[in-house]
Design a protein. Structure first.
Length: 262
């Protein structure tokens, strides 16, 4: 599978402008024969704490509808972030769309970022999400979820590719890069982190999007500007590595649960 990461600089809370800008990334992904193209967290608005302004409802799924149309137009699988508006709190979401326009998975971010006041405006989801893209089983998490390895351990029992769309600030860029690599090594799976760039409100974003293989090798990495990052993923290589070095069979989840309670 050929994976593409669209490292973008979204216009602040400007969906229409970002929809238009996204087309250049989709055009290039199509030209590069990508199978799946991923956009960052809250892809078309930036990391906004105004769900009443940017949020969408099931009756009016503006962002999903736009990218369903583009998925059909470009014959691509697309990963896109958006906000589900609810009261009293909304949800930070990430969806996978098939080339036929079908919603394959739609994940609610489990860990709102309390330090950044996200938990004031957004509730946490309570379920993992999975879907098939080509021959791969894929699972999405969102940004701050990266700091909670338990999620990745559980997801990797099914998933060969785990993706982490983010709005991860420059101040903690080393954490982003290190944790992505750790999650790949720990879980013997491909990890793709797609971050934004630029500046929004008081925060700078350095990008650093990357695709990492199950050995912890960086297959592709972005700089600090807008770009489309590409890498080819090999499912047979992943399966062979898991068979030859079956470290995950030594996990003891029952013991870990008991130790937590002691």
């Amino acid at each position: 599978m050929r994976l593409a990461l669209a490292q973008t600089e979204p216009l602040w809370e400007n969906k229409e402008g970002n929809y238009e800008a996204s087309l250049a990334f989709l055009e290039k992904a199509k030209k590069e024969a990508a199978d799946l193209v991923l956009f960052p967290e809250m892809s078309m608005t930036g990391f906004s704490m105004h769900p009443e302004k940017i949020g969408e409802t099931a009756e009016h799924p503006q962002t999903l509808s736009f990218f369903q149309e583009q998925a059909r137009r470009y014959e691509l699988h697309i990963g896109i972030g958006y906000v589900e508006y609810r009261q009293p709190k909304s949800f930070n979401r990430y969806a996978f769309i098939s080339p036929s326009g079908e919603i394959l998975a739609d994940y609610r971010k489990i860990h709102p970022f309390t330090f950044g006041t996200e938990s004031v405006h957004y509730a946490g989801g309570e379920e993992l999400a999975f879907c098939r893209v080509k021959e791969f089983t894929v699972s999405p998490f969102i940004c701050y979820d990266l700091r909670f390895p338990e999620l990745f351990e559980i997801a990797s029992e099914k998933a060969e590719l785990i993706v982490v769309p983010a709005n991860w600030p420059s101040d903690r860029r080393d954490h982003f890069m290190t944790l992505l690599k750790a999650r790949a090594i720990e879980n013997q799976c491909y990890i793709a982190g797609v971050n934004r760039v630029g500046r929004a409100r008081t925060l700078d974003y350095s990008g650093d999007s990357r695709i990492i293989d199950p050995f912890g090798r960086v297959l592709a990495e972005a700089g600090s500007g807008e770009e489309l990052l590409l890498a080819d993923l090999d499912l047979n290589s992943l399966r062979k590595y898991r068979e030859e070095f079956p470290a995950r069979i030594d996990r003891k989840p029952g013991l870990y649960a008991r130790l937590r309670q002691s």
